[in-house]
Design a protein around this ligand. Structure first.
Ligand code: 5AD
Ligand code: SF4
Length: 478
């Protein structure tokens, strides 16, 4: 593809900028015309989404837009006319994976040059990634960022017409764009964004740069989406934000997240979950709402990152290990059936053996039901990447293995209490590996594989647990 000079490239400095002005929601921005509505007639798209639930939800918007243009989905890249890589920038390994896949699929472009490769999502917001694409990845025709998803139809049309590569990445604080189409990947449960962006600037994290500032959707727009999900057969809603406890602060709401949670609970939807919470902003009223409303599930993802106060300070997390433990204990006492999952990072710059051991201590104290554990990965432009005392990969690997041994031990131990018990499972369908087995999640967010005498997809069923594994439970529907 030829180069062009009207590209808009990411700008890291501008991405870090924060003003006090809050954007008003924009309605009706997404519009189709006849040409766009038939752009994909008879054609197919392949979509690969990496990363967190926010990205998965963006992927569902992308799928919705592609289908309105007439494109049909395919899971086979070789059948596709448009290939979309909706990427994640959180760790280097995630990025290498994306480039590996795009490299592997290069041949598809050679056999059919009119095939279009698009890269979007968080990686597109990075200066270094876009410059690498310009230099080494001629097969990528279209790059757009997290702020201009809604531009996909127009951008695609432009690339098809001009046969020129287009890069359009905005480095703005971010807007709140409503009324985008959505094609949900599951009907029994669905993600609903309640806010976008992040203002926390933890020193290791790229997200405040790639996703802009913290901005909340209006409560009425969120509730409308929840109602629609429910009307379409949804039994569970998962409220999404980088730090949901901060919901509504930008709208002047005093206790916005709790108010929202209660309003969502009052819609009567069977199950409500939310990701991710910050230990820093957890309100007493939120705990009360969880206690008062049985449709708010007793499972909490509460990322801790480290058990060492000095590391937490260098990460700029805004709490100590003791404060985390106190919150943990308070939640556990008030909601006895609650389960906890967390995120942990090993090998943060300067992490000493002693600091690492403090993380193991915290893990043994909290006995998490499950955790996502990561080796620290330096992200260009973040403060931690410039800190002294970067830890070697060999040491990080060693610490990760040690941490994982503790986590696996507790995961298995925590599952033991479900042996012989009956749990309520929202059945998501038949297992891909074995069609005789259904799978779904319990209220406590345990993965349950089970047999059933009746078809039960999309239903909430009582399952008696017969066998316990480290990361799942087996059982039979009653
Ligand atoms: N290196 C390793 N892990 C990271 N995370 C975020 N940034 C980094 C990084 N630079 C982890 C955190 C976060 C989760 C989504 O990813 O644990 O909670
Ligand atoms: Fe990855 Fe973070 Fe972007 Fe989610 S917000 S896709 S985890 S970089």
């Amino acid at each position: 593809m030829k180069k062009r000079n009207d590209d808009i490239l990411p700008d890291h400095k501008a991405e870090a900028h924060r003003t006090k002005e809050m954007p008003a929601p924009e309605y009706g921005l997404f519009a189709m015309n006849d040409a766009l509505a038939s752009l994909g007639r008879g054609k197919k798209y392949y979509l690969r989404t990496y990363g967190c639930q926010a990205n998965v939800r963006d992927g569902e918007t992308i799928a919705g837009m592609m289908e309105i243009m007439g494109y049909a989905n395919t899971e086979h890249p070789e059948e596709a006319d448009v290939l979309i890589f909706n990427t994640c920038a959180i760790r280097k390994a995630a990025e290498e994976h994306v480039f590996g896949e795009i490299g592997m699929l290069k041949g598809l472009k050679e056999t059919k040059p009119e095939r279009i490769f698009c890269l979007c999502g968080c990686m597109a917001q990075e200066e270094s990634v876009v410059s690498l694409i310009q230099q080494k990845y001629p097969q990528i025709d279209l790059v757009f960022g997290t702020h201009n998803l809604y531009r996909l139809p127009d951008l695609l049309q432009e690339v098809i017409q001009t046969k020129k590569r287009k890069i359009e990445v905005y480095s703005e604080e971010g807007r709140v764009i409503e009324d985008l189409p959505v094609h949900r990947s599951q009907s029994c449960k669905g993600f609903v964004d309640i806010m976008y962006g992040c203002n926390k600037f933890c020193t290791y994290c790229i997200v405040p740069y790639t996703r802009g500032k913290e901005r909340s959707r209006r409560m009425e727009d969120i509730l409308r989406e929840v109602e629609k999900l429910k009307e379409n057969g949804g039994r569970e809603v998962i409220l999404l934000g980088q730090n949901v406890n901060a919901y509504g602060k930008d709208l002047g709401m005093e206790d916005g997240f709790t108010d929202l949670l209660i309003a969502v609970a009052e819609t009567g939807i069977d199950r409500i979950r939310f990701y991710s919470s910050s230990p820093r902003d957890y309100q007493e009223s939120t705990i009360q709402a969880m206690q008062d409303h049985p449709n708010i599930m007793p499972a909490l993802h509460l990322p801790v990152q480290s058990g060492s106060d000095s590391v937490l300070k260098r990460m700029a997390r805004g709490y100590t290990a003791e404060e985390y433990k106190q919150l943990f204990d308070r939640l556990k006492k008030r909601i006895p059936s609650i389960t906890f999952t967390t995120d942990l990072i090993v090998g943060f710059p300067g992490e000493t053996e002693e600091e690492f051991l403090a993380t193991l201590d915290l893990v043994d104290y909290c006995q998490f039901d499950m955790a996502y554990s990561f080796m620290y990965s330096p992200r260009e432009g973040t403060p931690a990447a410039r800190m002294d005392g970067q830890i070697s990969t060999a040491e990080k690997k060693k610490r990760l293995a040690e941490l994982n041994a503790h986590l696996t031990h507790w995961a298995k131990e925590k599952n033991q209490k479900y042996a012989g018990q009956t749990v309520k499972v929202l059945c998501e369908g038949r297992s891909k590996k074995n069609a005789d087995v259904y799978s779904g999640y319990s209220e406590e967010n345990k993965l349950v594989n089970f047999t059933s005498d009746k078809e039960c997809e999309g239903e909430i069923v009582d399952v008696k647990i017969t066998d316990v594994k480290s990361f799942s439970l087996d059982g039979h529907a009653l």
